[in-house]
Design a protein around this ligand. Sequence first.
Ligand code: SAH
Length: 485
Amino acid sequence: MRYFPIFLDLDKQSVLIVGGGETALQKLRLLVKTQAHIFVVAPSFEPEIVELAKRHAHINLMERAFDPQDAHGKRLIYGASEDEAIDQLAQNSAQKFNVLFNKVDVPKDCDFITPSLVDRDPITVAIGTEGTAPLLAREIKAKLDQWLPANLGALGRQAQAIRPLILERISQGRDRLRLWERLLSGPFRSAVLEGDEAKADQVFQDEIEQFEQSLNQTSETSKPKGSVTFVGAGPGDPDLLTLKALHCLQGADVLVVDRLVNQQVLDYARRDATRIHVGKQAGGPSHPQEEINQILVREALSGARVVRVKGGDPNVFGRIQEELAACQLMGINVDVVPGISAAQAASAAAQLPLTFRGQHRSITFITAATKDQIVSSDVIAFMKAGRPFAIYMGVRLAGEIVKSLQTAGADMDTNVIIVENASCKNERLFATPLKHLHEAVEGFEINGPSILFVGLSYDDMGLMPATNLEQFEASNVVPLNRQVS
Ligand code: SAH
């Protein structure tokens, strides 16, 4: 992000527009909505500029040539004269007086850029593309304009009016948030948007009274109770989140997050939501499961809406059972939101169907290691029966997998397809015969989370391999750790 979006307070500040033509007029139309003192300097003005100045006392027209001293004391200056030399002079003066300068439509000469605006004053949405694709900004603006009620600003103003009362009557921040959620989505919102002020006022009085009553009831059962929602955050690409996952993230007070979860996904959560990272890193330092269970229970019992964010699908190799049981034991409300599991994303990336009519009636998701065994005996049975499977958490154990399958008499020419970082920007795809799996993992330096598909073949299904799939050839890839220096 090169340009950092902020909202600038222009109340009682001075802004200068250099120019009196169409370009200056466009900026003036925008700025006239602010409370700034607007100075426009040019030897002559478009009639509409003169009109605007007549109607708005905070516009001052200076009918003369730009003087470098004009830059003094301004907050912003727009170079809108449509004359290269004058704009240059304005830019130099802006620099001299340390004022932010914008040369209209010339991003390289701008200290700041003006975003596309969706205006529901005081609710304002600013859209920026850093000058890369103004058309996109227009499209987003059009969509937002359709989506946001025309009267949304009234809701903002009402919220401002009732804020001191809510602050005075509801002492806990978390409770206030719940009340706000109710007000801004329920009958109060409808009444304000309909423009029915008396009704809105009545609804507000009723809502806050009811809410206070519910808080004052002393019995444990009526206290707002926390909850834990287990949310599948998918394999990495934030676009693969479900809408429900998105809503849960947005509503969370506390996020308890796994290591494999893409940070971008967390950007959807409220900025003030507490984030607790409980990364469990294969082979690295990790939070003991017991500690994670305790965090969930502690936060939920304090009344928080906890969202336990897990990579992929929470019910697939997510150790969710222990966390669910800990919450259930304490009577905490739980909910599970499914996500796209890694094997599904890997299959999509490789364009490799998981089932194939007439041949593969099932696919098994299996973890490479159980507590006491590397690939279990059932894997050998699958292989012998020609049944495909997807191995989770397998790459680090590639050597052991090969060894144990070989010992058990598996067909070592079976095709293995490896998908590393499925759905992420650094996604990679490889294929290798089982006998070379270990060399392939080392040779291609596959260290990211990966799925190994065993027993699925493009040839058998009459499909072309994905174009970015790299085939391991024992002869032409020298594993890095065996390279002779
Ligand atoms: N609940 C998760 C799995 C957790 S176990 C799910 O449903 O996907 C962690 C394992 O998932 C990793 O070791 C790896 O085998 C697999 N994995 C997770 N994200 C992956 C990704 N983006 N690409 C390939 N494999 C992934």
